[in-house]
Design a protein around this ligand. Structure first.
Ligand SMILES: NC(=O)c1ccc[n+]([C@@H]2O[C@H](COP(=O)([O-])OP(=O)(O)OC[C@H]3O[C@@H](n4cnc5c(N)ncnc54)[C@H](OP(=O)(O)O)[C@@H]3O)[C@@H](O)[C@H]2O)c1
Length: 248
């Protein structure tokens, strides 16, 4: 595909884990991928290198999704690239686990800001650009814990559940402009986030998963690739689980 015909897919937190796999998938599908990161420049550069080595097109872009001014500045920059933004994947996220009695206000603020407020503000800026072309797919990377809850994750699961409300309301607002909004709710996926679990914790989790294993980043990337592409053109406002049967 020539650079002229390409459109942009922005993947927040595209430098590692699920975001890196999504970036590579979208690169293979012909998008110009903007691989966002906040601190790990080397990992972001590696993802860009993998996409370009496979014949795709990509660039890294540093901004902190928890800061509105950085979001606005990044979207302004994207609007000047000469290619339309057609895909936004709100993937950047953090989890700071704590039982509610030990939950610190700063941790609550950071978790809501990075996982939820960022997704709302990024969706707002993306809609402004997508409305002009009457074409867009916004994909929120939520979590199974936003659907089923999890002790010790009040802040994280509230943020992830909030993304589902965002998805459904925004889908209704922008459907007439041919912009689709969907959410993906991964279960336990092998990444840096789950590597923090010890073997006992991992085995306890696996015991609860009917399919008996954790998911892989490519499982999630394949679903996101489908939601980003034309084959899902009649799907909007949906929450799609990818959890090995953990939550049905
Ligand atoms: N892993 C799972 O089992 C699982 C399950 C359900 C849902 N999820 C969700 O899936 C998403 C990705 O998870 P993951 O496991 O792949 O995470 P990860 O391996 O910890 O990677 C997190 C990514 O987010 C970026 N990031 C963090 N804070 C940011 C900020 N303020 N601004 C911009 N980027 C930021 C990181 O950038 P740097 O590299 O620069 O630090 C990194 O690219 C998250 O939203 C998570 O909640 C994960």
């Amino acid at each position: 595909m020539s650079e002229q015909n390409k459109s942009i897919a922005l993947v927040t937190g595209g430098s590692r884990g699920i975001g890196a796999a999504i970036s590579q998938k979208l690169g293979a599908q012909g998008f110009h991928v903007i691989v966002n990161y906040v601190s790990n420049e080397t990992k972001a550069a590696e993802v860009v290198q993998k996409i370009t080595a496979a014949g795709g097109s990509a660039e890294a872009m540093k901004f902190d999704v928890s800061h509105e001014d950085e979001i606005v500045k990044a979207m302004e920059e994207i609007s000047k690239k000469g290619m339309p933004l057609t895909v936004l994947v709100n993937n950047a996220g953090i989890s700071e686990d704590s039982l509610i009695l030990r939950l610190k206000k700063e941790s609550l603020d950071r978790t809501l800001q990075t996982n939820l407020v960022s997704a709302i503000l990024l969706s707002k800026e993306a809609v402004k650009l997508m409305m002009k072309n009457r074409n867009g797919s916004i994909i929120q990377i939520s979590s199974v814990v936003g659907e089923m809850g999890n002790a010790g994750q009040v802040a994280y699961s509230a943020a992830k559940a909030g993304m589902l409300g965002l998805t459904k309301s925004l889908a209704k607002e922008v459907a007439s402009r041919k912009i689709r909004v969907n959410a993906v709710t991964p279960g336990y996926i092998e990444t840096d986030m789950t590597h923090e679990l010890n073997e006992t914790q991992k085995n306890t989790i696996i015991d609860d998963i009917p399919m008996g294993c954790l998911g892989s980043v490519s499982d999630v990337a394949n679903l996101v690739g489908f939601l980003a592409g034309p084959d899902s053109h009649y799907i909007t406002g949906q929450v799609i689980g990818i959890n090995g049967g953990l939550y049905i």
